[in-house]
Design a protein around this ligand. Structure first.
Ligand code: U2F
Length: 451
């Protein structure tokens, strides 16, 4: 039998932007509950750690401890998101290496396993040097993951320099006949694979097949054709979601009383709006959306990034039946029976939470994986619609709302998302596929055979 020593100390390397570090920490806490003898060191930037550890003391606890690594910026520097990300990535491997040395020293225990955001292909090389396992967590959906693994093939088939080729079908990839090149994450067709972010994702595609395990917040039954392909390419490809159903603590607070407000509305009567953790459409789109909501006379709950008073038409709230809040308990909102549609940017967490709540979507994608996520929602699963022209216009929103909330097609969408919702709940049950996969993950990380 296998007599490897069991793991005592795991280092976790988080990506400190977007909704990446939060889900990773929640996963690590669940792992820690399942393996109470193992110590976890959670490494991220001070800002990211401040935000994800805010719920339970800022240093973490004895079993999941926070370690800060530098963000690579000069003191007090304020930059655009992309610039800040690129500067962080420069030298990130070295900063994580130092952070791990500190963690091993302070915890008094050598690191026996590395868990990282899947973006960090270089952790594969570190794990090899350290002779430990590498477990990579991919925070988006299965389709974007697959296209990053197939980037070289796609670039052989699609002429990246020609505009017309963006209209070309991706039918040469099994399961992608309903998608076009334009639906790919921009990085896949980037003019230069040397620029930082496209480079990161391209290298990730090359390194992930070497990982001991690749984790995804999804469930196997959601997209089985794609699942099978990933399963045959990656080692221990484990679907361990949806996190929103499992549920992974903590329960978010409802500081702005969204849930009681929803209680006062009949089933499927409210539209919920959120463009994720950091994005906001340009002012003219915000105004168009506001006008459409008012004209449709639909109650809405809007989780608004930025200053709503400055950016929305004056008097909107008096003229319409809406509630605008700076942050909302989204998972609970999407599970609430009064919510009938979700206007979303197509961030993976949002899409999966909408599936978990059985809510059809209206999509306005911005970047990265969002277009592909929303095309899957619309063309593969049939549980939502896009907006005409891909951006918000008053008429586009009116049409989409009419379709989702007032047509036979909308009814069908609700039925279909209800079926997926059922499968999601089944996967998350104690005997379901995601729970089985989680047990397997605990075995991989601890090297204890749970039988
Ligand atoms: C990046 O994600 P985003 O932060 O833009 O968006 P989501 O993946 O949809 O995650 C947003 C999360 O924040 C929660 C919400 C989701 O779990 O429930 N939330 C909330 O609780 N309350 C609010 O008022 C608003 C949001 C990136 F931009 C995407 O393209 C990627 O798909 C994603 C995952 O890699 O990361």
């Amino acid at each position: 039998s296998n007599r490897q020593p069991t793991t005592k100390h795991v280092a976790v390397l988080a990506f400190p932007f977007g909704t990446h570090a939060g889900p990773l920490l929640r996963l690590v806490r669940k792992l820690s509950d399942a393996a109470p003898d193992v110590r976890f060191s959670f490494l991220s930037t001070p800002k990211s750690n401040d935000s994800v550890f805010s719920d339970r003391g800022s240093i973490g606890d004895d079993r999941v401890k926070r370690f800060d690594v530098g963000d690579g910026l000069p003191e007090g520097h304020v930059g655009k998101q992309m610039e800040v990300m690129e500067r962080f990535l420069e030298g990130a491997a070295e900063r994580f290496r130092k952070g791990m040395e500190t963690a091993a020293r302070e915890m008094g225990e050598e690191i026996g396993c590395l868990i990282s955001d899947a973006f960090y292909w270089f952790v594969g090389e570190m794990a090899e040097e350290m002779k430990v396992e590498w477990v990579a967590f991919w925070t988006s959906g299965p389709r974007p993951l697959l296209v990053h693994l197939c980037t070289d093939l796609i670039r052989e088939r699609i002429d990246i320099k020609s505009c017309e080729s963006r209209e070309k079908s991706l039918e040469f990839l099994p399961g992608f006949s309903k998608m076009r090149a334009a639906d790919l994450p921009g990085e896949v067709l980037s003019p230069s694979l040397d620029s930082p972010f496209p480079n990161l994702l391209h290298k990730m595609g090359h390194h992930l097949p070497k990982a001991t395990s690749v984790l995804i917040n999804s469930f196997e039954e959601l997209d089985s054709q794609i699942h099978n392909q990933l399963n045959s390419t990656l080692r221990n490809y484990l679907n361990i979601g949806p996190f929103s159903i499992l549920p992974l603590p903590p329960r978010p607070s409802d500081d702005h009383a969204c849930l009681p407000w929803l209680d006062n509305h009949p089933p499927n009567s409210v539209v919920y709006i959120s463009f994720g953790g950091f994005l906001s459409p340009p002012p003219h789109e915000l105004a168009a959306l506001a006008e459409a909501l008012q004209e449709f006379e639909i109650p809405f709950l809007w989780s608004f990034r930025g200053n709503a008073e400055e950016n929305l038409p004056k008097g909107l709230l008096e003229r319409s039946r809406g509630k605008i809040v700076p942050w909302a308990p989204q998972v609970q909102i999407l599970m609430h029976s009064s919510v009938g549609a979700f206007v979303t940017h197509g961030g993976w967490n949002s899409v999966l939470e909408s599936v978990g709540g059985g809510v059809p979507m209206i999509g306005r994608p911005f970047l990265g994986d969002q277009r592909m996520n929303l095309k899957t929602v619309e063309n593969v699963w049939g549980i939502g619609v896009g907006l005409e022209g891909g951006v918000v216009s008053k008429n586009g929103v009116l049409k989409a709302l009419g379709k989702v909330l007032g047509s036979e097609e909308g009814k069908l969408m609700r039925e279909k998302v209800g079926i997926l919702q059922g499968l999601a709940h089944k996967a998350a049950e104690s005997t379901g596929s995601s729970s089985r996969n989680f047990t397997r993950l605990v075995e991989i990380v601890t090297k204890i055979n749970l039988g």
